[in-house]
Design a protein around this ligand. Structure first.
Ligand code: B12
Ligand code: SF4
Length: 474
C-alpha cells in the first residue's frame, strides 16, 4: 500500500492585472523538503501559469490532495481566502494550512477567514515535514513546534516556537521543476530585460531595524557557504541556461567578508554570469563594490526611501541622505547601476520632506517609483498605526492590499487627496528631471522600454503623462 501523503501546494496570484514572475522561493523550499521526505507533491501556481481562481481550484481538486498548503506574501491574502473557501466546500475533510509573512504575522485572521486547520509560523521547511508526518501517522499534530490553530472556542493557540535553521546549506535546493519554471526563467527580469534568469537565496535575516520592514528571518543573519551558492548557480546554468541571476536576500551586503568570498568564487567559477542584489548604503565601500563589479554584479537596488534626514531618522534607517548620495555615486563610479526605492507618507511627512526627496533624486540623477508607506503586519509602524486608530478593520486592510502603488492607510496629517497629489507631483518631477538631464538618450530609451512593456497604447499613455507633467511644473 502506498502510504505517502498527497500534498498540493498553491501559490496565489500576484495581484489584479499584474505579474511578478518572481520565483516563489518560500513555497519551493517547502516543496523540496516534502519531496525529500517521500511525499507526493503537486504545485498549483496561479502566478506562473496565469491561472484564474476557478482553474486553480480545479487543478487542486484534480490532484486529490490530503493536505493543501497556501503560500504567498501578505498581499495575496484575498486570493488565499477565496481559494480556501472553495476548496473547503468541495473537500470538507482536507487538511489546509498556510505559511509565509501574512500567516505568520496575523495568524488569527488567516485561520478564521480562510477556515484553515493551522498556519505555519516562520520558516516552513522542518515544520511542514513534521506536521505532515503526524498527519500520516495519525498522531496529535498540535504538538509540532512552530504552528498556530484555533481551539474549539475559536481562540488562537500556538505550539512552542521553532528555532531557526542554522545550517542553511542543509536545506535542499528549491524544487524548481514542480513549478512552471520556464515561465519564470524566460520572463522579463527586474530590469525589464528579456534574459534567461533565476535568482538564488544566499542568506536569511538582516541586522538592521527599519520601522516599516518585516523580517520573517529576524535580525540574526544566517548565511550559506559561498561554495553551496555557486553550486546552485552552476546547476541553474546547466539546467536552465540562465545568463542572469540575483540575490533577493533581506540584505545581501550585510557582511563584507561573505560578499568578498562569494565574489571571489563567482569570478573564478562563473565569470560570464551577471547578477544583481539588494544593498544598504552603509554596508558598501569602493573596494567591495569593485570586487562585486569584477564578479559580474551590474545592478544594486538600495532602499533609499527618503532624501530627508528627519524622515530617515523616523524610519530608523541609521543613515543620512548624504551617505545615500555618496553610495550611489560610488556604485555608479565602479560601473554598477545603482537603483533606489522611495516611500512617501511616513508619520511626520511634510511638503518640505517630500521636496527634499525630489531634490535628492535630482542630485543623485536617479529615477525610481515612489510608493506609499504601508504598515504591513509585523512591522513597527503596523503597531503604531493600530495604536493611532489608523487601521479600523485589519481584515479589510489585508483584503485591499495589492502593491504599495495604492494608498491604503494614511499615516500623515495630509488628507488622502493631498497625499496622493503630492505623490503624483513628486513622482512626475523626479521622472521629468531625470529624463531632461540627458533627453537625447533617455527619452528614446524610455519610449522603447514602454513600447515593449505595454505596446502602442501604453506608449501613448506615457507620452501624455509626461507632457501633462511638463505643463504642471508647479
Ligand atoms: C523577492 C521579494 C519580492 C518579489 C516577489 C516575491 C514573490 N515571489 O512573491 C517582488 C519584488 C515582486 C516583491 C513585491 C512586493 N513585496 Co516583496 N519581498 C521579496 C523578498 C526580498 C524575498 C522573498 C523571498 O523569496 N524570501 C525567501 C523565502 C525562502 O522566504 P519566505 O517567502 O518567507 O518563505 C519561508 C516562510 O515564509 C515559509 N513559507 C512560505 N510560504 C509557505 C507556504 C507553506 C505552505 C508553508 C508551510 C510555509 C511557507 O517557509 C519558507 C521557507 O522557510 C522579501 C524579503 C525576504 N527576504 O523575505 C520581500 C517581502 C516579502 N516583500 C514585501 C513587500 C511589502 C512587498 C510589496 C508589497 C512591496 C511593494 N513595493 O509594493 C510587493 C507586493 C507585491 C504583491 N502584489 O504581492 C514584504 C512583506 C511584508 C509583510 N509583512 O508581509 C517583505 C517581507 C519585505 C520586507 N522586509 O518588508 N517582493
Ligand atoms: S529595510 Fe532592508 S535594511 Fe531595513 S531592516 Fe528591512 S531588510 Fe534590513
Amino acid at each position: 500500500m502506498d502510504d505517502r501523503m498527497k500534498i498540493t501546494l498553491v501559490y496565489p496570484s500576484y495581484g489584479d492585472g499584474s505579474h511578478s514572475r518572481y520565483f516563489p522561493f518560500g513555497l519551493s523550499y517547502v516543496a523540496a523538503c516534502l519531496v525529500e521526505a517521500g511525499h507526493i507533491v503537486t504545485v498549483v501556481d496561479m502566478e506562473g501559469d496565469d491561472l484564474s481562481i476557478k482553474d486553480a481550484v480545479k487543478r487542486t481538486l484534480d490532484s486529490s490532495p490530503q493536505v493543501v498548503g497556501f503560500g504567498g506574501m501578505v498581499t495575496r491574502f484575498r486570493f488565499v481566502k477565496q481559494l480556501a473557501e472553495k476548496i473547503r466546500r468541495e473537500l470538507p475533510g482536507v487538511f489546509m494550512l498556510a505559511g509565509n509573512s501574512g500567516a505568520t504575522t496575523v495568524p488569527e485572521i488567516y485561520l478564521k477567514s480562510c477556515g484553515l486547520n493551522c498556519v505555519v509560523l516562520g520558516e516552513g521547511e522542518i515544520t511542514s515535514v513534521e506536521l505532515v508526518r503526524t498527519l500520516q501517522e495519525g498522531t496529535d499534530w498540535h504538538s509540532v513546534p512552530g504552528i498556530a490553530w484555533l481551539d474549539d472556542k475559536g481562540e488562537l493557540k500556538e505550539s512552542p516556537h521553532r528555532e531557526m535553521i542554522q545550517a542553511l546549506d542543509s536545506i535542499p535546493w528549491p524544487a524548481w521543476d514542480l513549478f512552471p519554471v520556464e515561465n519564470y526563467v524566460s520572463s522579463m527580469d527586474h530590469r525589464q530585460k528579456k534574459v534567461r534568469h533565476m535568482e538564488v537565496l544566499a542568506s536569511r535575516g538582516c541586522p538592521f531595524n527599519c520601522v516599516y520592514c518585516y523580517r520573517i528571518y529576524g535580525r540574526k543573519v544566517r548565511r550559506r557557504s559561498p561554495e553551496s551558492i555557486i553550486a546552485e548557480l552552476k546547476e541553474l546554468v546547466t539546467r536552465y541556461d540562465i545568463k542572469y541571476s540575483g540575490f533577493p536576500d533581506d540584505l545581501f551586503t550585510s557582511d563584507r567578508d561573505f560578499v568578498m568570498q562569494t565574489c571571489a568564487l563567482l569570478k573564478e567559477e562563473l565569470p560570464d554570469l551577471k547578477w544583481s542584489c539588494l544593498g544598504r548604503v552603509n554596508t558598501v565601500d569602493r573596494e567591495m563594490l569593485q570586487t562585486m563589479k569584477d564578479a559580474g554584479c551590474d545592478w544594486i537596488s538600495y532602499g533609499i526611501e527618503s532624501g530627508c534626514d528627519d524622515m530617515l531618522k523616523r524610519m530608523r534607517r541609521g543613515v543620512t541622505a548624504e551617505q545615500c548620495l555618496e553610495a550611489i555615486r560610488l556604485t555608479e563610479s565602479v560601473g554598477i547601476h545603482a537603483d533606489g526605492s522611495f516611500i512617501i507618507g511616513m508619520f511626520g511627512e511634510t511638503r518640505d520632506s517630500v521636496g527634499k526627496t525630489v531634490d535628492f533624486c535630482r542630485k543623485a540623477d536617479i529615477t525610481a517609483p515612489m510608493l506609499f508607506v504601508t504598515p504591513y503586519p509585523g512591522t513597527d509602524i503596523f503597531k503604531t498605526a493600530l495604536e493611532h486608530d489608523k487601521i479600523a478593520d485589519v481584515e479589510k486592510f489585508l483584503t485591499e492590499m495589492n502593491s504599495a502603488d495604492d494608498l491604503l492607510v494614511n499615516l500623515t496629517d495630509f488628507t488622502d487627496r493631498e497625499l496622493i497629489n503630492l505623490r503624483d507631483w513628486a513622482q512626475g518631477t523626479i521622472g521629468r528631471n531625470y529624463l531632461l538631464k540627458k533627453p537625447l538618450t533617455r527619452i528614446p530609451a524610455l519610449m522603447v522600454k514602454h513600447f515593449k512593456l505595454r505596446g502602442f497604447m501604453g506608449l501613448v499613455h506615457d507620452a501624455r503623462t509626461f507632457l501633462t507633467s511638463l505643463l504642471r511644473r508647479k
